[in-house]
Design a protein around this ligand. Structure first.
Ligand code: FES
Length: 573
């Protein structure tokens, strides 16, 4: 049933005939707005993660104007509010440490101000999940405007993909196969427009998943950032959010176990980033939908890998969009998806994509002609990862998916960086590189260190992949036989903390196993001798983070933010 103007939440601020109401109205007038703007128009907060430090969001200031135009057109009242930007490349130790801060900021901005609905503007890796987690908790109508991917990179006529080609050519430079001049040109050509990484990294994976969950307009997530269609999508999102407020179409009406299953299946079809497991669990948790790694494994076995994109495949986001975009992928997936899941359009997912077609069948495959019959992400367990670990098998050398090798252990990132290229490092192509103290507490924030570099002396021998194991994450643009998210992490005494140089480690992806070939008695003795490290933070946000962060298989949310306990509405005094 349609909401009435008197029922708008913002009217609690603007409609009261008392001194507080006077204050609220006079200050809106001070901003240059009209009296009619506060009289029964839905107030739409535009939560914009634009900032001058965010390389991927440089166009979002302009896009916010287009969103506002749409809101005005539909009879709403837009108010832009900045939110912490989380610039993937610059923020240290990692943006992941601040995802929950953005989620808290989003929830509190929506809670404490006169807002009826919101447009979430983000895309660079953690911004999408952070914004959506907060909006789910506040449960006001919300639509997501993805920043859109940047144009494909170019170097001497060769296509460059974000991240993936940086790693690739960095190894070539270290191996002496390209020059410093080549490397400089690659630096100049790899990121040549506004927008998010254009490989199937975390940004493209998460914006695709957020669309699949029902929070963006059809194919919004694949439109290149600089395409004029992107501006039109922003405007249309502004129009739509006003209708969503009248329809009271809230996030928890959109999210359901079915839409979460759809997101997992699309993740598998995309060959998407391992980061998505953490974010999807966290987002579902905000809606009270229980989700664990086993569901990813189960749906991964039933869902083919369909989108031929780097780092696992060949193409980039521009190609994906020209091939028909997310809508065409979902239409092609047919009965693999719950087509009756409700979306932000007010229609079902099936209705949204019914007219979409695949134009480039080598970019978007169908279940009848998949790249691989199963999704690329595998969940591993064993005595080295009792609570689970993850590998992106389709980005690994198939030769290494079943492998036993001697451990070469690095206690932390700095030690690894100092030793990895040493000629004295006792390592060969069959060794297993292990990095610890890189998890949620140990990193802190699980930095994307999981694609450990190949030792220089092995690069010179032509080695390009090795088994690497850590409690870190890995950029979605990375590749290689990298076992990630090992849980529990080493910082809290997980088995990774007990591995010693020279121990044998066995990876068997087909059996979904990761094991340390050391006797249980020896493990018990090592566990008894293990000393916990000193806490990382004595004060500030880091101290809150350390106290409340959950492990990777639980989504790395803060324990006090999970679930659907109601967010108290503020008193208007
Ligand atoms: Fe922003 Fe990759 S650095 S999306």
């Amino acid at each position: 049933m349609k909401k009435t103007a008197a029922e708008l939440r913002s009217q609690r601020w603007f409609a009261t005939q008392d001194l507080r109401g006077f204050g609220h109205r006079s200050r809106i007038l001070q901003l240059g707005h009209e009296r009619e703007d506060m009289e029964g128009k839905p107030v739409i907060a535009i939560l914009n993660t634009w900032s001058e430090v965010n390389h991927c969001h440089s166009h979002l200031r302009e896009r916010a104007e287009e969103v506002k135009r749409g809101v005005w057109q539909a009879g709403g009242f837009p108010i832009e509010m900045p939110a912490i930007s989380l610039a993937e490349v610059f923020q240290k130790p990692t943006t992941m440490m601040y995802r929950n801060l953005l989620a808290m900021e989003t929830e509190e901005l929506l809670r404490s101000y006169p807002v009826d609905g919101c447009v979430l503007m983000g895309g660079c890796d953690k911004t999408g999940p952070g914004l959506l987690m907060g909006a789910i908790s506040m449960n006001l109508p919300a639509i997501f405007v993805p920043a859109g991917p940047m144009l494909r990179g170019n170097w001497q006529g060769r296509t460059l993909g974000s991240g993936s080609d940086a790693w690739k050519y960095w190894d070539e430079l270290r191996a002496g196969r390209i020059t410093e001049r080549d490397w400089q040109q690659i630096e100049e050509g790899i990121s040549r427009s506004p927008g998010t990484c254009m490989t199937m990294g975390t940004a493209s994976t998460m914006t695709g998943i957020i669309e699949t969950l029902g929070f963006s307009l059809p194919s919004a997530s694949t439109i290149p950032a600089v395409d004029s269609g992107h501006a039109r999508m922003a405007k249309a999102s502004g129009r739509r959010i006003v209708e969503m407020v009248w329809e009271d179409l809230t996030p928890r009406r959109i999210l359901s176990p079915q839409s979460v299953d759809n997101a997992i299946r699309v993740l598998m079809a995309l060959g998407g980033s391992t980061n998505a497991l953490i974010h999807v669990i966290a987002m579902a948790g905000r809606a009270g939908i229980p989700l664990n790694l086993d569901r990813f494994e189960e749906l991964g076995r039933q869902t083919p890998y369909l989108v031929n994109m780097r780092p696992a495949g060949q193409y980039l986001m521009e190609d994906f969009h020209y091939a028909g975009g997310m809508a065409a992928l979902m239409e092609g997936m047919g009965a693999l998806l719950h087509r009756d899941a409700l979306t932000c359009t007010g229609r079902t997912l099936g209705e949204n994509v019914a007219n979409a077609r695949i134009h480039l069948p080598d970019v978007i495959r169908t279940p009848g002609n998949p790249i691989q019959p199963e999704g690329g992400l595998r969940v591993l367990r064993g005595n080295l990862a009792p609570d689970g670990a993850v590998i992106k098998a389709n980005a690994a050398d198939p030769r290494l998916l079943q492998h036993t090798g001697r451990a070469v252990v690095f206690d932390n990132y700095d030690q690894m960086a100092a030793r990895i290229d040493s000629p004295d490092l006792d390592v060969d192509a069959d060794s297993v590189l292990i990095l610890r103290n890189a998890g949620p507490l140990g990193g802190p924030g699980m930095p994307e260190w999981g694609m450990l570099p190949i030792p220089k002396k092995l690069l010179r021998q032509g080695v390009r992949d090795m088994v690497r194991i850590s409690d870190a994450r890995m950029s979605g643009t990375s590749y290689g036989t990298c076992v990630l998210h090992v849980a529990p992490e080493s910082f809290v005494g997980g088995p990774l903390a007990l591995v010693r140089e020279g121990d044998l480690v066995r990876l068997d992806v087909a059996a979904r196993r990761l094991d340390l070939l050391v006797s249980e008695e020896e493990m018990t003795a090592r566990r008894a001798a293990w000393q916990p490290p000193a806490p990382r933070f004595a004060r500030g946000y880091g101290a809150i983070f350390s106290k409340h962060i959950r492990q990777a298989p639980q989504g790395c949310d803060f324990d006090f933010l999970e679930g659907t306990a109601p967010t108290a509405e503020p008193e208007i005094h």
